[in-house]
Design a binder for this molecule. Sequence first.
Ligand code: SAH
Length: 344
Amino acid sequence: MRGDAQMSDRLARLIDAGGPISVAHYMAEANAHYYGTRDPLGAAGDFTTAPEISQMFGEMIGLCLAELWVRAGRPADIRYVELGPGRGTLAADALRAMRAAGLQPPVELVETSPVLRHLQAARLPSARWHDDAASLPGHGPLLIVANEFFDALPVRQLVRTGGGWRELMVTHRHGSFQRVPGSPAPVTMEAEEGAILETSPAAVAVVRELARRIAGQGGAAVIIDYGHVRTGLGDTFQAVSAHGYADPWVEPGTRDLTAHVDFQALGQAAAAEGVRLLGPVEQGAWLRALGIEARAAALAMASPERADEIAAARDRLTQPEQMGSLFKVLALAAPGWPDPEGFR
Ligand code: SAH
């Protein structure tokens, strides 16, 4: 793709001029270019997400949020907010399910990619866009959704060396990038030499902002992503291209760079702002608790010729060896608001 070598060259020049950059800096620059220049989703792209697998995914989320709104006493000034909405598929499916339940909220989307904003506008013509969560409306309850958004936010990596923990920095050589230990990092965790610890200050800042809004304005947030329930050691930094794993240290900007989400870190940051945490639970269990089996049966009844396809999509979203276990769901609820369904 045009301009893709330019990102590699740009990062190499940046390193030549100022010395090694952090892993977070590398990931942020590469992903801004990657998402800013293409639609990465679907069979012809690099990866497929849950809403692109089946309408049932967005519908279950819409039902969950509409039902929460009803139990909260149907506040009139509520809004639907989504972070990193991709093609707008999840929002379109969720809003259709909400409309059936009597809820038609204004739509606020947090998205930086001009290419994806364009696709979102085709499906959600009355939406408003934001560069980040800071400019979201400051009053009225918010129903917030983020699917596979947090895994794309930059992570720092720290490595345990003989001389204590150090931040891993990125340098380059012969057209490929490589990591080298940099300055000492103030971490006290015990670990063997070579162990890697990931943190995402960017993800923590976003979840804090969302939690602060919910605590003050009312509403709830549903965060769905692949990751771990407890903070742990390990290098989860990866690149995905054409539906397979790729080398994250070559051709930055041409492949999706992600890291597993640390739900414990997100939960702690959110709880500190005064919201209630529900989960994380596994995506499969959550979707089943919300009634995906019945929805799949109803869809198959209405389109018998598609019954196999619908059953396969349900399994892909819920089975533990597919997306059911690796993906987790964490909800944040405002004080005084009821609990979103599916977390018991
Ligand atoms: N939620 C969608 C798309 C997931 S891909 C789905 O499930 O299909 C990640 C999304 O987050 C894309 O829309 C991407 O452009 C957006 N994104 C990535 N980094 C971002 C950032 N820093 N700020 C806002 N949006 C971002």
